[in-house]
Design a protein around this ligand. Structure first.
Ligand code: ADP
Ligand code: MG
Length: 601
């Protein structure tokens, strides 16, 4: 009967992978066409509003990577606008230095912005959420105070004239086209980054830092380049802002402006480019239609934010995300196809064992692991069983580098694996899944799986930003591998669906697909059968066995005794962090203490 199920027709589900490349581009092209034609319908007053929207978007596009994709609460970004504005103005004015051409001054303000971006951003590597937000605010206050106090350079409260760009950008619509051009380039660059492994990595650290680390994503490195980029575009936005204002004083850079940038991203929706772009336009234009309400603008922003957060938490992007609103089929079956494993993994890889030597680890008074020796061999399933709290997950956490043992070492290929360095494990081809699935909820299933292959991306941030060939090759390879991994675990039809819409059992298989992306030497599975139906457990077992046939070693933590005894080559039983028994399944099944303490009669 059970075998009859596998020949059932494959489930059909909404949202498959192959969308045309043009479709996501259409909204941007439409908006671009409107922007280009604007001078035909608007007067010169509107040229100022439209230029302002472009300038704000140049800043917000970079900040969007930090806030919307990376999930870092950076609210004092007006500081970078201020820095850029003063740098460009002072350099072009030539009162302090020889007079620079406005273009060169604008480029230099990008450099100054980039450096400042990293300085404002650095606390994010240590501080989280509101603590980081406060430091960015502090920075904004400091910059304004310096602008006020450093009279010889900034003109203090009197201010300084903004740069004037030469023809053809000296007319009001000419300047608008200049800003529009730069805004378009920023949109293109940030869209490229968002669609690259860097964009996926940002979303991964936002939604599940632990999963990101297991995939080898290093948060500090990633955030530093993103802050660099975000700071650079904010600096350039500042230079343009000074030119638009024609004269700047410190009170041009109010806290309200900082709030506007941040809220534009929130109402636009996290992890989207189009949403925050529309959010920026909305917040720039809205006060013009409500001119009598200008004094109320802060109040309006706050009210708008409240409404959006309460009614559509996903912002404008959620409203536009039609594809994820189509209902999924209710009764979906996961039918893995282990026979496809050779598409992804070289069969018959030769590996060396992974060994744990007298590992000890205590949490306060609790000895979670107490002198554990373990050898995992390539091509074998090693079962790790024991009652709750016996130290199974802790063992996995030591191997994958989340915990440093008090004593003992983990060795692979003769080398000691660095303790407390989870991001190094992907490089050693050690993959894992988690007892509670760690999904990157805001990303698609395909992206979740592609994140597993992050360490195999070769292109740099700049190459991804400019869509250079190496980036395109990386993406093509990663995408192909991820589709193969999804087909292997039987989730290929759900590739385009947002991961937080999956059922629990599907998430378990998705995590396995993510682990396979590493072409792992070892996979650590933490209770992969928990929450699965009997039929799914049977299929999971067959998949695990097939994985080991290609030479991968599997460490399987499980409570389902049937699965353990069916597929394991070797079993270790833990109790209170100590090995109670170790041997073949047959030996364990007849081990009197194990039967008494754990397996029951
Ligand atoms: P298992 O996975 O076998 O159910 P764990 O490895 O999760 O057990 O836990 C083993 C013991 O270590 C338990 O007593 C648990 O409470 C303790 N423990 C695990 N992780 C931590 C932690 N981060 N802090 C404190 N105690 C912990
Ligand atoms: Mg556990």
């Amino acid at each position: 009967m059970a075998d009859g199920m596998t020949s059932a027709p494959r489930p059909r589900t909404a949202g498959t992978g192959g969308q045309g490349w043009l479709q996501p581009l259409l909204p941007f092209l439409g908006l671009g066409a409107i922007a280009v034609c604007l001078p035909l319908v608007g007067d010169s007053y509107w040229s100022i509003i439209a230029s302002r929207a472009c300038i704000y978007w140049i800043l917000v596009s970079g900040l969007n990577l930090v806030v919307g994709f990376g999930g870092q609460i950076a609210i004092g970004w007006v500081a970078l606008l201020t820095l850029g504005a003063y740098t460009t103005s002072v350099l072009t004015a030539g009162t302090v230095t020889p007079a620079f051409s406005p273009y060169l001054a604008l480029a230099l303000s990008g450099v100054v912005g980039a450096i400042a971006g990293v300085i404002v951003g650095l606390p994010a590597l240590r501080l989280r959420t509101f603590y980081f937000a406060m430091t960015t605010l502090g920075f904004a206050t400091i910059v304004t105070q310096i602008a006020l106090a450093w009279q010889s350079v900034t003109g203090g409260g009197v201010g300084v004239a903004g740069p004037v760009f030469p023809a053809p950008f000296d007319s009001s619509w000419g300047f608008y086209y200049f800003c529009l051009g730069l805004a378009s380039i920023c949109t293109w660059m940030t869209a490229n980054i968002a669609a690259s492994r860097f964009g996926r990595a940002l979303v991964a650290i936002r939604d599940s830092e632990v999963a990101a680390e297991a995939a080898g994503i290093s948060k500090p490195m990633l955030l530093v380049v993103v802050f660099l980029f975000s700071g650079a575009v904010a600096g350039i936005a500042g230079g343009l802002f000074a030119s638009l204002q024609s004269y700047i004083t410190p009170d041009a850079f109010t806290f309200d402006l900082s709030v506007l940038f941040f809220i534009a991203i929130l109402i636009g929706g996290r992890g989207s480019i189009m949403g925050p772009l529309l959010g920026t336009i909305l917040l720039t234009v809205l006060p013009e239609f409500a001119a009598p309400l200008v004094a109320w603008s802060t109040f309006l922003y706050a009210a708008l934010l409240l409404v959006i957060v309460l009614v559509i938490p996903g912002g404008i992007a959620e409203l536009l995300d039609f594809k994820n609103r189509r209902p999924l089929e209710r009764h979906r079956e996961i039918i893995p196809r282990p026979e496809l494993l050779t598409d992804l993994l070289d069969a018959n890889r030769k590996g060396t064992p992974l060994t744990l030597e007298t590992i000890t680890l205590s949490f306060g008074g609790v000895r979670a692991i107490d002198g554990l020796d373990l050898e995992l061999r390539p091509g074998e399933v090693h079962g790790l069983i024991g009652p709750n709290g016996s130290g199974k997950t802790t063992t996995l956490n030591v191997i994958s580098g989340y915990y440093a043992p008090d004593n003992g070492e983990v060795r692979l290929n003769g080398a000691v694996l660095a303790p407390k360095a989870p991001t190094t494990r992907a490089g050693h081809r050690i993959a894992r899944t988690f007892q509670t699935p760690r999904l990157i909820g805001g990303a698609s299933v395909l992206q979740n799986v592609m994140i597993g292959g992050s360490v195999d991306g070769h292109c740099t941030f700049a190459e991804a930003m400019l869509m250079l060939p190496r980036h395109l090759r990386d993406e093509a390879t990663l995408r192909r591998s991820a589709m193969a991994a999804l087909a292997i675990v039987g989730l290929d039809l759900l590739a385009a669906v947002r991961a937080d819409r999956l059922q629990h059992s599907e998430l378990r298989f998705m995590e396995i697909a993510r682990a396979l992306m590493l072409r792992p030497a070892f996979v650590l599975l933490d209770e992969p059968a928990a929450g699965l139906s009997a039929e799914e457990i049977r299929r999971l077992g067959a998949l695990i066995v097939a994985i080991t046939r290609t030479g991968t070693g599997v460490l399987l933590v499980e409570h389902h005794a049937d699965l353990i005894f069916d597929i394991c080559d070797r079993v270790t039983v833990l109790n209170l962090g100590k090995v109670l028994a170790a041997g073949t399944p047959a030996e364990i099944r007849s081990h009197r203490e194990v039967v008494n303490a754990y397996l029951g009669a």
